[in-house]
Structures are given as C-alpha cells and as structure tokens.
Design a protein around this ligand. Structure first.
Ligand code: 5AD
Ligand code: SF4
Length: 362
C-alpha cells in the first residue's frame, strides 16, 4: 500500500482535496479503504447490524423526479395505499421477529388526510407493539408543523435524501419548478432537526454527469449538517423515466457499485458514530451487495415487509430485488447472510444513532 494512502487513512477527518483523492483510488486501494472503515466501524459502533422493517405504505406521489419509477407522470404505475390492517400486520411481524424498528416510506403527499393517516398509523403501531418499535418516517418534504405532529405521535427518526448537493445537477434530475426546489429540501432538513428527530439524509451515487468533486461535497455536506443517519446508494436507471435517456453517460454498474461502497467507507471514517444503511440499490447491482455494504462500514439493513402484491408497484428503479419473496423468507436469508460475515444482528434493540445520543447530551 502506498505510504501516502496510509497517511491519509490515519486521519479521521478529511478535507475536500483529500476526499477527492480518496475517491479517485483504484480497486486495490479501494479494498484498503474498505478495510480501514470496517476497523473504524468495529471500534465505534461494533460489528453489529440493526434491522429496520421497511413498509412501502403508498406509491402515490405528487412529484416528478426524473430518475424515479413512481413519479406522478408515470401512468404505467398502478397506485396503491396499504390498508391499516396491512400496515399493522407488517408492524406485528417486525415486532415478533425482534426487529428494533420500522421505516414507513411513501411517495410525497401532502394535506390534512395524509397527515392524519400517518399520525393515526403511528399511534396504532405503538399501541399494538407495546411501544417497543421505534419508527422512522420517509414521507418527503412537509411543513414544520406536520413534522412536529408526527414526532408527537411517536416517530423518532426521519429520512430525507438530498439526492445530490450539486444544485446544478439537482435541477438536471428534477424539474426546475416550485414543487422541486433544492432550497425547500434544505429547509425541510433543518425543520426535521428543529423538530427533534434523528435526521437522516443521503444521495444517489453515479448519477449522469456527477463528478468525484460532487461526491466529496456530498460527504462534506453530511458532516456540516451533522446528520445522525445516512442512506445512500448507486443510481440505477428506470426505463420509464426521463433520465433514462442519459444512460449513455453512466459509469458501468460495477463502477457505480464500487463507488457506492467507497462512499460508505469514507463516510464511516469521517462520521464514525452515525447509522449508515446498506441500501437495496447495492443489492440490485450485486447479489451480495448488502453484505458488502456492511463490510464497508454500514450498520443498518432494511428488509422489505411490504405485502408482495403491492411491491411490484413500488419500483423506483429497474430490477429491484426480492419482488416475489415473502417477508419471512427474505428475513431468514438475510439474517443468515449477515451472521455469515461475522456480524451480530441486534434483535429487539432500537439501534438509535450513537451520534444522535451524543448530540442531544451535549
Ligand atoms: N436509483 C437509485 N435510487 C433511487 N431513488 C429513487 N429513484 C432511484 C433510482 N432510479 C432513491 C432516491 C429516493 C429514495 C426513496 O430512493 O434517493 O430518495
Ligand atoms: Fe416521488 Fe420520491 Fe420518487 Fe421523487 S423520488 S418521484 S418524491 S417517490
């Protein structure tokens, strides 16, 4: 290993130039960085993995992000919202399996009835599971008052990816209109912090036209925002979206995958106490993607609990895995796969972000 890389890896905070350098490494050097990240993970958060049961509550969405398969203008998608009974069934399954927490994800929706639906589900889930599940929401940009209401109803974490911190690129992958303002997204992240959530954000890696400079800035953004959790993964094209026409600009899938792992590793080195998810998109590009994500520094996986008949309608990108697998089967496989790589699955623990716990103490 080059002495220079060694020197860079002996630091626990990297500046912009150093991050660009670390993102420019070859595959052998990539492995050195991943190994370092695993050491840092072991030292700071342990070789532990937390399970979050993912419920894709509704694919109804008012937005038109150019990359996403469930964008409002994709008329091929059959829209659904799970029933209360289905949601409570998923929550009960997660609770009985000993998952510490749930993630409720939807397309972006607004208005009184949507706010009330989420609030009601939060209250029911907590009642039915003796308040033993922590709940993360991923329901897009909302006014502060809505975030507060959901927090009061028992949500304790929120995920809202910035998608990319390069504003020019942001407007290449989103319509440039009042419904897709980059500033609104930044404000929403600030509101979430103010409302007291454990806040998660993230980006897509390998977007058409994205540079190593952009990815370095993304990492710096996570640190500047002092986030508690990050979920990020490779961009994967969807044939029924406008961004599909830019596919010729993409890095090959293996390269997007390698960069996905490298980003996780560099983030773990720079923010050792946060929770980092091994995204489903990693698993889409490599059947062992989630395990590899964990070995690169991630400590969270999100088994999909959405009922199988709705899952096919929540295709953000092509070839999303586990479309036809029953939750119990994919969970069993996943648990075995995680144990196989020498990690311990933490059952019946909320798995709060240690970064968050430290943040609120100080
Ligand atoms: N490839 C990868 N990730 C995607 N997402 C949406 N579409 C894609 C895609 N084509 C991610 C976005 C969003 C999250 C719910 O899914 O980052 O925030
Ligand atoms: Fe809607 Fe989210 Fe997809 Fe954008 S990424 S179209 S907000 S579901």
């Amino acid at each position: 290993m080059s002495q220079h890389l060694n020197q860079l890896l002996s630091k626990n905070q990297h500046d912009k130039n150093e991050l660009v350098e670390l993102l420019s490494v070859n595959s052998e050097e990539t492995q050195t960085i991943l190994d370092k990240a695993l050491d840092i993970k072991a030292l700071n958060v342990g070789r532990k993995v937390y399970l979050r049961g993912l419920i894709e509550l509704s694919n109804v969405c008012s937005k038109n992000c150019y990359y996403c398969g469930i964008r409002a203008e994709n008329k091929k998608v059959k829209r659904y919202t799970l029933t209360e009974e289905e949601v409570l069934h998923c929550a009960d399954f997660a609770w009985r399996q000993g998952f510490g927490s749930l993630v409720i994800q939807t397309g972006e929706q607004s208005g009184q009835s949507f706010t009330a639906l989420i609030e009601h589900l939060l209250i029911k889930i907590h009642q039915n599971t003796r308040h033993e599940l922590s709940v993360t929401l991923s329901c897009g940009e909302q006014p502060y008052a809505v975030y507060r209401r959901w927090k009061d109803a028992g949500a304790d974490r929120y995920l809202l990816r910035i998608e990319t911190t390069n504003k020019a690129l942001y407007y290449k992958i989103h319509p440039n209109d009042s419904n897709h303002l980059w500033e609104t997204r930044i404000e929403a992240l600030a509101s979430l912090k103010q409302a007291g959530y454990q806040v998660g954000t993230g980006v897509m890696i390998g977007l058409p036209g994205q540079t190593l400079d952009d990815l370095a800035n993304d990492l710096l953004f996570f640190r500047a925002l002092d986030v508690d959790m990050v979920g990020m993964g490779p961009y994967i094209e969807h044939s029924d979206t406008p961004l599909y026409s830019s596919s010729h600009l993409l890095w090959p899938p293996e390269e997007r995958f390698r960069m996905g792992l490298l980003m996780i590793a560099l983030l773990r080195i720079n923010m050792p106490l946060i929770n980092i998810a091994a995204s489903t998109a990693l698993e889409t590009l490599d059947p062992l993607g989630r395990q590899k994500g964990i070995l690169a520094g991630a400590n969270v996986v999100m088994p999909n609990l959405t009922p199988v008949n709705s899952r096919k309608n929540y295709q953000l990108y092509n070839n999303k895995p586990n479309l036809d697998k029953d939750a119990s089967i994919s969970t069993t496989n996943l648990s075995a796969a995680i144990a196989d790589i020498g990690e311990t699955i933490c059952l019946s623990e909320p798995g709060h972000s240690l970064h968050f716990l430290n943040r609120i103490k100080s």
